[in-house]
Design a protein around this ligand. Structure first.
Ligand SMILES: Nc1ncnc2c1ncn2[C@@H]1O[C@H](COP(=O)(O)OP(=O)(O)OP(=O)(O)O)[C@@H](O)[C@H]1O
Ligand SMILES: [Mg+2]
Length: 265
């Protein structure tokens, strides 16, 4: 990472246990990662390796057992509630499934108004921002009065992106945002994400099963296995010269090396 890419977000020695009592399981162990401002970090690993847990812990949905999550110099693990709340808006998660992530009982406008102001979610008060956010993801701004069921999967994912962007975050965590979509819609969403990243100078954590896509759009990559980082580095280093046996198998398992893909996407 060069000096103009100082990490805006750095996770150090992160451990997370989920579940209680006999069900409790250590899901992340000693995870280290850093994302340089304006860069894209890929996180890859098989199903259950802990990718979503990293994302959710960063945005405060899980409490870590140990480790640090430092955003812009503030350790979110030890920060006060007020400090955390202020910082949280600057890191936004786009969840995997646009069918379950949008509230079916709220109009798109209400969902976006709530993202701006969770307490007084008033569409009328935030009309200009809502319309601008929808326009930015190529959804008709007049669609704010519609409900999620009136949109296709790709349109819903665009709306989920608009919801993440409406609070003008610096970091976007995209958790397998295309895996619920058909192939041509996946490409549209990835193109949109790339355009928004450039236009808004976003820093992106891109969680994916698809190594070909990670190879194409990420600067750095972290490979996760059973809750631990087995490899990290620039995408070109890791794909050209994998150091761990697991990553080597992952890269080599792909005929011609063109279609790096973990199963089940
Ligand atoms: N609330 C929970 N309580 C207990 N265990 C959980 C909980 N949520 C997730 N886990 C376990 O944590 C592990 C990591 O899950 P996680 O969802 O982070 O994996 P993932 O890499 O995102 O997988 P996928 O690619 O399928 O989305 C899994 O073994 C999962 O069963
Ligand atoms: Mg996941």
């Amino acid at each position: 990472m060069t000096s103009d890419q100082l990490p805006v977000l750095a996770v150090t020695d992160l451990s997370v246990t989920l579940g209680h009592g006999l069900q409790a399981a250590r899901v992340l162990r000693g995870v280290d990662l850093a994302v340089g401002r304006g860069t894209t970090l890929g996180i890859v690993g098989e199903s259950g390796s802990g990718k979503s847990t990293i994302a959710k812990t960063i945005v405060g949905l899980h409490r870590p057992e140990g480790g640090e999550i430092v955003f812009d110099g503030i350790n979110l693990v030890t920060a006060s509630g007020r400090e955390r709340a202020a910082v949280r808006r600057r890191i936004q998660l786009i969840p995997q499934d646009p069918y379950s992530s949008l509230d079916p009982h709220r109009t798109i406008g209400q969902t976006l108004a709530e993202a701006i102001d969770p307490v007084r979610a008033r569409v009328s008060r935030h009309k200009p921002e809502i319309e601008a956010a929808l326009a930015a993801v190529a959804i008709d701004p007049n669609a704010a009065a519609k409900f999620p069921f009136e949109f296709s999967g790709g349109q819903r994912q665009r709306i989920a992106i608009a919801r993440a962007l409406i609070s003008q975050p610096e970091v976007i965590i995209a958790d397998e945002i295309t895996s619920a979509l058909d192939v041509s819609t996946q490409a549209e969403i990835l193109t949109l994400l790339g355009q928004l990243k450039e236009r808004l100078n976003l820093t992106v954590m891109f969680i994916s099963h698809n190594l070909a896509v990670v190879n194409q759009i990420c600067d750095h990559v972290v490979v996760l296995l059973h809750g631990e980082v087995v490899e990290s580095g620039t995408v070109s280093e890791v794909f050209a010269n994998p150091q761990s046996e697991y990553t080597r198998r992952l890269v080599e398992s792909v005929p011609g090396g063109k279609q790096f893909s973990l199963a089940s996407e």
